[in-house]
Design a binder for this molecule. Structure first.
Ligand SMILES: C[S@@+](CC[C@H](N)C(=O)[O-])C[C@H]1O[C@@H](n2cnc3c(N)ncnc32)[C@H](O)[C@@H]1O
Length: 294
């Protein structure tokens, strides 16, 4: 539901909050998110949908079996991926945005012995009384592949998505991701697609924030270097995909030229329409991991 401040409440807001509220009211993607039956948890979901549709539906290639979403909370991108891989997109019609659906299907699969609960999902939520009615109405559908979502913040479950609450740089997260990806048919535990919509917490110090944005890109690249399946393994020139957010930085082009360009068959800079023009963010879509920098 869209928050509509009353006149009295609006009057008492700080100038910066008034600007934020006004921008939310004008933003077509905020409206779209609120009316879309998929009930995406983030406005950012539309950026991924747009990039995927514009660039050859890379999320839906039949050889995509393993996707890692870094910095995934609250879960909009993971919802998009789960939908594309067939994990019951109708789930998100629930008022909870797929939350109850995910829990129900996980419970059923556990009962049938077809799914084992990742340690990271807390099952105390299964008994959330708010979701009981919704649970009765929906039947889960099984999708394909493994989706792993990692965030420092706790994320409500999404059907078909293994959520890990951790710093993606920690050895524990690396081990757990590898463990989850290492299934029959993917014993190497590689990812076909790695997504990163990560941003560091704004510190208020511009120089520091700009610096940390490049550090995140470098860390994400390192993660991809260790975990991405190569184009050769996939058997497709654009197989092995890294999509990562970045912010403007004086050394960004150097990073692109030295790290991304030589190691992927195809690198594009993308500024999706859903990304606010005032934002200094952009995305690199890197397709076809060449696996030479290992
Ligand atoms: C812009 S949000 C992602 C939104 C998400 N794509 C969606 O559609 O819902 C960025 C996320 O990155 C996470 N993040 C930042 N640094 C991280 C780290 N080192 N490890 C894991 N998550 C991190 C933040 O906690 C935040 O939730």
């Amino acid at each position: 539901m869209l928050f509509r401040p009353t006149a009295a409440c609006y009057k008492n807001l700080k100038a910066s909050s008034k600007t934020w509220v006004a921008r939310q009211f004008r933003d077509p993607y905020v409206k779209k998110r609120l009316s879309d039956p998929a009930a995406y948890r983030s406005r950012s979901a539309f950026k991924l949908l747009e990039i995927d549709a514009e660039w050859d539906h890379f999320l839906q290639k039949p050889d995509v079996r393993a996707v890692v979403d870094l910095g995934a909370a609250p879960g909009g991108w993971s919802q998009v991926v789960a939908g594309k891989l067939g994990w019951g997109a109708e789930a998100s019609k629930l008022p909870s945005g797929g939350y109850a659906y995910g829990v129900k299907s996980e419970l059923e699969m556990e009962k049938k012995g077809t799914w084992s609960s990742p340690k990271s999902v807390s099952h105390q939520e299964v008994f959330d009384p708010l979701n009981i009615d919704a649970l009765k109405e929906f039947t889960p559908s099984a999708g394909r592949g493994t989706i792993v979502a990692v965030d420092l913040l706790r994320m409500q479950p999404i059907h078909g998505v293994h959520a890990i609450q951790a710093d993606f740089l920690s050895p524990e997260a690396a081990d757990r991701i590898h463990e989850l990806l290492s299934v029959k048919g993917n014993l190497e535990g590689k990812a076909d697609i790695i997504l990163s919509d990560m941003a560091g917490n704004a510190s208020g110090n511009d120089t520091h924030d700009i610096e940390s944005s490049l550090e995140i890109c470098e860390a994400v690249y390192e993660f991809a270097r260790r975990n991405l399946r190569s184009a050769e393994d996939v058997g497709r020139r654009r197989g092995g995909v890294l999509l990562m957010k970045h912010f403007e930085h004086p050394l960004l082009q150097k990073f692109r030229m030295e790290k991304l360009q030589p190691n992927f068959n195809d690198v594009k800079y993308i500024k999706p329409e859903a990304s606010r023009s005032a934002s200094r963010e952009g995305y690199f879509l890197c397709q076809g991991w060449r696996a030479i920098d290992i």
